[in-house]
Write a protein that binds this ligand. Structure first.
Ligand code: DLL
Length: 426
């Protein structure tokens, strides 16, 4: 293990403070947006006298990156940029992110570290099934796995039948994919009559979308794989901002030598203590091309104390504040529904939440797949009733449940699953 992972908290905080001071100065001196934002807020990089002074600085939002599209937030001349990626935003212009060679080297090291703490070694064969391209998943995973010395299979996302043939022929021991795409691969294997318990895969490094504990157990039960949670976002770097230990499986470890985490109350913006749920805010500590100060990730979690290393962890992300559905005044996260679906054994964790309006009232329909085509009408009706009942009693909202055939819900072919269809704004 790298020395910094077991350093004392004092050592880690000293390093964070030095790096934070550098980042604030670098951002202030080289990015108009930060200079204006700090000036308007009445703060200067020299006001940082301790780590907690970071809370005096203004927050950065996705819109700030959009307003400065494409390269306005860059702190180095384009001649020093060696790579660009874009965030996978579905609305409006994407946000462009840029890297110097040193940024790429740090990112590579952090993904290599993430694979290593998951349990990977240079002897592993890694199938990268995150999409390659502007999305950070594929190339981010690829460079990290290669740097650790693994043999990398650059599959990218999609072409599920080919993915399966490669798994069977090349016998990878690690797969990196979105959890929903892993389920798609497993479902396809099951329908081809392949025994998913007998695969060569021993570790799955899953992320890029929220996944509930129900999905984790589903993958665990259907394979002999340990699934770890890898977290990241393009604006801050890409995959490998935080990643889970394969031994303790107790939430992603935030790589605190490169990122300074805070959790804030999303309404008041106040910094919350460890263990209290709120929105994750991240500041980069080493990024040259795109330093990010107090970035509002919209991801909901809480900070947790260190366990297997000296660095703090975060709770597995429950969802994004902008994914929260408000149905007749009740807050609902897709992952909550996912966990409840797992309580009805006849149902598979493949679902779509359809929001609509009936007169002035919101309606929520849960379309969910039955596991077996041969299940009778009685089994299906009971599953519908049970799920609607559990959702009503656990979340407090009445929903309509429609049980559909296996594979009727569209699969995420390349990446992040689409769990919500909102017809209310038609
Ligand atoms: O999804 C980077 C990534 C690639 C992470 C591969 C892990 C693996 P973006 O496309 O910019 O970047 O999306 C970032 O995805 O703010 C979260 O809402 C969500 N997300 C990423 N990892 C996780 C995770 C990549 N482990 C957004 N659990 C983030 C829950 C995640 N949500």
């Amino acid at each position: 293990m790298e020395q910094i992972l077991t350093a004392s908290r004092t050592e880690i905080e000293k390093l964070q403070f030095e790096r934070l001071r550098w980042t604030l100065k670098h951002a202030y001196e080289n990015v108009d947006h930060y200079r204006n934002a700090f000036d308007n807020f009445g703060v200067h990089p020299s006001d940082l006298k301790s780590l907690s002074d970071i809370s005096k600085f203004p927050l950065t939002q996705k819109n700030d990156l959009r307003d400065n599209y494409p390269f306005g937030m860059c702190a180095v001349p384009l001649s020093e940029v060696v790579r660009v990626h874009a965030s996978s935003g579905t609305t409006g212009k994407p946000t462009i992110v840029a890297y110097t060679q040193s940024d790429i080297n740090n990112w590579t090291r952090l993904v290599a570290r993430s694979i290593e703490v998951a349990g990977g070694t240079p002897s592993d064969i890694v199938q990268v099934s995150y999409g390659y391209g502007l999305f950070t998943g594929g190339l981010g995973a690829h460079y990290g796995a290669e740097a650790l010395g693994c043999a990398v299979i650059p599959m990218s996302g999609g072409q599920t039948e080919k993915q399966i043939a490669v798994i069977q022929d090349l016998k990878p021991t690690i797969i990196m994919a979105t959890p929903s795409y892993m389920l798609t691969i497993l479902d396809e294997m099951t329908s081809q009559g392949i025994d998913t318990k007998e695969l060569s895969l021993r570790i799955g490094i899953f992320g890029a979308e929220p996944w509930s504990t129900a999905i984790r157990s589903e993958i665990r039960e259907r394979t002999s794989m340990v699934g770890v949670d890898i977290y990241g976002l393009s604006e801050v770097m890409g995959p490998g901002v935080a990643s889970e230990s394969g031994l303790t499986l107790d939430g992603p470890i935030i790589w605190e030598d490169h990122f300074y985490p805070e959790v804030i109350d999303p309404i008041s913006g106040n910094v919350l203590p460890e263990g209290v749920d709120g929105e994750l805010v991240l500041t980069t500590l080493t990024k040259q091309a795109l330093p990010i100060v107090r970035y509002r990730t919209r991801d909901l979690t809480c900070l947790l104390p260190p366990t297997s290393t000296s660095m703090r962890r975060m709770k597995q992300i429950q969802g994004r504040s902008d994914d929260m559905l408000i149905v007749r005044g009740v807050n609902v996260f897709p992952t909550q529904i996912e966990d409840i679906i797992a309580k009805v054994p006849a149902l598979a964790p493949q679902y779509l939440l359809v929001l609509d309006k009936k007169g002035p009232l919101d309606t929520l329909e849960v379309q969910v797949e039955i596991r077996s085509r041969s299940d009778t009408a009685d089994v299906r009706t009971k599953a519908e009733r049970d799920l609607a009942h559990h959702i009503k009693s656990m979340i407090g909202v009445s929903v309509m449940v429609s049980v559909v055939e296996p594979f009727a819900i569209e699969r995420a072919s390349t990446g992040k699953a689409k769990r919500v269809l909102d017809r209310r704004q038609r």
